[in-house]
Write a protein that binds this ligand. Sequence first.
Ligand SMILES: O=C(O)[C@@H](O)C(=O)CO
Ligand code: MG
Length: 265
Amino acid sequence: MPRFAANLSMLYNDVDFLDRFAAAARDGFQAVEYLFPYAHPAPELAERLRAHGLQQVLFNAPPGDWDAGERGLACLPGREAEFRAGIAQAIEYAQALQCPRIHVMAGLVPQGADAAAVRATYVANVRHAAEQAAPHGIRILLEPINGRDMPGFFLSRQDQAHALVAEIGATNVQVQMDLYHCQIVEGDLAMKIRQYLPTGRVGHLQIAGVPERHEPDVGELNHPYLFRLLDSLGYDGWIGCEYRPARGAATHATSDGLGWLKPWL
Ligand SMILES: O=C(O)[C@@H](O)C(=O)CO
Ligand SMILES: [Mg+2]
């Protein structure tokens, strides 16, 4: 059976962030993920996980100045020191939260930048992150993101991410295969899953309905078919529920929209 993690950045927006742990546990989730933990002290987050019997399965390294539009630092020439400081902070949080995966966002390609320099910066930065994370048993994940949601993002295709993982050459670097982004950029999801899961290089999956990024049972995808396929391939990792409930931040919007999950809990 697929194992589902609630993405607390997108789900349960009708309550404060720290109250989303309890809400997810009440709905039957045993694991959570979210974008960034850094607004809260790690012990406070660890206590929420403990109190509600939840595992933290993923969060992101610091992305640079998110409010100013930055979406990761890994591919940005000249920002290496900030990138490294962010990785050190992320590893501290991952240890405190016993989280085995950190997503390192690639970043937006700077206007006019030399493509070779951007790629070389990315490879060197991810190698550094992998080296720092490895002694703690932490994996570094790279996620291709669609260019409609994040125009100019360095990484958008699965084949690009897998080629980079091979080039980086560290055993603790894997691809975060977000099926929502993959459907928008490439489509042919079942064949992509059949192609990439057996490589052992997919470290985490995420889902959402396409194109609105609402519940998985809203939109053009047949998620039950994909879940059965993942089962048949022996996928035993987590699937992050990274979608915006169709009723937004209305009271109980997330819980009311979880009908799709019930058969899989
Ligand atoms: O798909 C996404 O948007 C996320 O997984 C993420 O980490 C960046 O926003
Ligand atoms: Mg994602």
